[in-house]
Design a binder for this molecule. Structure first.
Ligand code: HEM
Length: 141
């Protein structure tokens, strides 16, 4: 009976391990967890600051607040153990009439920031897919 119990435990553990290796790495882990995400946000800010298409839009914005808000927002979007305490996306972007072109510019900047942080393209695309629904709350509000 004891042997049967041990046997069952070993089989269970083996099944759990097999499952884990066949499951895709969580996006949060693939981005390097919260530390990796803040590095990307930091890089994104540097890229935006040089981007003539959108840099004027951030004039006067509190960029350390942005860094924390963006990092927390991304962390939550990828299923990380974070809480986003900023205003909702619609409220943050309301009244500015941000355009499709500006939205695409920010996406470009994020891709470049991820590239500079050494994030593989498949992981980049997984994050972009998570952020894509933000579009409706950002553009022409
Ligand atoms: C993928 C698209 C976008 C996402 C996920 C996004 C997300 C965010 C987040 C999370 C914040 C911080 C909010 C807070 O902490 O309260 C923020 C702030 C801001 N966003 Fe966006 N955003 C996007 C696109 C854009 C675009 C296209 C523009 C304009 C070109 C823009 C302009 C701003 C500005 C100016 C702020 C700072 C607001 C302030 O604190 O005064 N965003 N955004």
């Amino acid at each position: 009976m004891k042997q049967l119990f041990i046997g069952l435990c070993v089989s269970f553990l083996l099944m759990a391990c097999a499952n884990q290796s066949s499951t895709e790495q969580s996006l949060y882990d693939a981005l390097g967890q919260y530390e990796g995400i803040t590095k990307i946000t930091h890089q994104l800010i540097l890229v935006i600051a040089k981007d003539e298409r959108v840099k004027h839009r951030y004039k006067g914005a509190n960029m350390s607040k942005f860094k924390k808000g963006m990092s927390d927002y991304v962390c939550v979007a990828v299923g990380g153990p974070c809480e986003y305490k900023g205003d909702n996306m619609q409220l943050v972007h309301a009244g500015h009439n941000y355009t499709n072109t500006e939205f695409n510019a920010i996406v470009d900047d994020l891709i470049l920031a991820m590239e500079q942080c050494g994030i593989p393209v498949t992981t980049q695309n997984r994050l972009l897919a998570k952020l894509a629904p933000t579009y409706k709350d950002v553009v022409y509000q």
